[in-house]
Design a protein around this ligand. Structure first.
Ligand SMILES: [Zn+2]
Length: 356
């Protein structure tokens, strides 16, 4: 049954608002309040679950459950309890990672007794002890192989609320308080995938089918999109709708670093790979369900950005001149236009210099 995204989105918002109101504020100094969490059915046997604006997906079959990202330890524990009570103890048979970044991939241990963990093969590279590909321009600036405070603080302070993390993130993740976060410490709550694939993979469970597709390089270098053919739903995180997207897919991308270190041609290829799949709506890792046309519109945004910045570079314009002249007028009505337009121009400029 196709989902009508236009009818569905306001429902989700209403549910989230209800939950937020229902949770009492903790006393000062008490434990932090959990983000709003909900489980919502979006198609036959297919459900979304969210931890604030971080979303996962799961398919319930007669032989068990196939789950997308576990998101984090607290959320996964909550979700495990919900699945046990709502679905009569059906086990989670598969956990499929959308990509390796900690803010989506943590928490899988809650399902490790019954589940096989599946990911794109590059996730193993990102968990082999070397500095992983990271979101939000949190790169290894000094090349020492561990995350240092500056490597979080620089993007966090340069683009607050867009790149990097929050200001106290480093302290809460430096579990042993030694002033650095080696990859193993960053990833201590991520269960390593035991099954990986390179291009495509098909999983059958309880008479249902899920197709895994690696779209190419984009926000991450180990992305998987999950296609649910019978439900005509696609699950994808970040590169179709990043963490700034809430209710409207028409939103300028965060554009951290030179677009997360992936060539813009690969970003566009990733969108086209998704467009070639047969489905009606995207259930994204952030924000509301949106129709497939949103994928095309966002791909066109990237193409327009590349065309405008490339033309300016070919004409010998400086980055400062491009910041002024590349106004992307067609996208003035998109969310975050005023906040992110010049970031997008700069990120594209740097990207096209690196990967020309
Ligand atoms: Zn990510």
């Amino acid at each position: 049954m196709p989902v009508d995204a236009r009818r569905f989105a306001p429902l989700l918002c209403a549910l989230a608002a209800t939950t937020a109101l229902a949770q009492p504020r903790p006393p000062p100094g008490g434990p932090p309040r959990a983000p709003p969490r909900e489980i919502t059915q979006i198609a036959r046997d297919l459900y979304r679950a969210n931890n604030g604006n971080w979303y996962t997906i799961f398919l319930v079959t007669q032989d068990g459950i196939l789950l997308g990202d576990p998101i984090n330890v607290d959320f996964a524990a909550w979700l495990k309890g919900e699945l046990d009570s709502r679905f009569a103890g059906k086990p989670v048979r598969y956990v499929v990672y959308s990509h390796s970044h900690f803010d989506h991939a943590e928490g899988g241990r809650a399902f490790a007794a019954t589940a096989t963990f599946v990911a794109h093969e590059n996730m193993l590279r990102n968990m082999d002890g070397r500095y992983p590909q990271m979101p939000g321009d949190m790169i290894d600036r000094n090349g020492n192989g561990v995350i240092d405070p500056d490597e979080i603080a620089i993007p966090t302070n340069t683009r607050p609320g867009v790149c990097g993390m929050s200001n106290n993130w480093f302290a809460t993740r430096d579990y042993d308080h030694d002033g650095k976060i080696p990859p193993q410490e960053l990833q201590r709550d991520i269960v390593r995938p035991s099954v990986v694939y390179s291009e495509r993979m098909r999983i059958e469970l309880g008479g249902q089918v899920v197709e895994l597709v690696h779209p190419g390089l984009n926000h991450s270098d180990d992305a998987t999109v999950m296609l649910f053919p019978a439900q005509r739903v696609l699950f994808a995180t970040e590169f179709l709708a990043d963490a700034l997207v809430t209710t409207d897919i028409h939103s300028l991308p965060s554009a951290c670093g030179p677009f997360d270190g992936s060539p813009l041609a690969e970003w566009i290829k990733s969108y086209k790979t998704v467009e070639a799949l047969d489905f009606d709506v995207v259930a994204p890792g952030h924000g509301a369900v949106f129709p497939k046309s949103g994928v095309t519109e966002t791909r066109e945004y990237f193409e327009d950005l590349v065309a405008a910045v490339s033309a300016g570079m070919a004409a010998g314009r400086s980055l400062e001149q491009l910041r002024q002249s590349v106004t992307l007028d067609k996208y003035r009505g998109w969310k975050n236009y005023d906040r992110l337009r010049t970031y997008n121009v700069e990120a594209a400029y740097r990207n096209l210099q690196l990967y020309r």
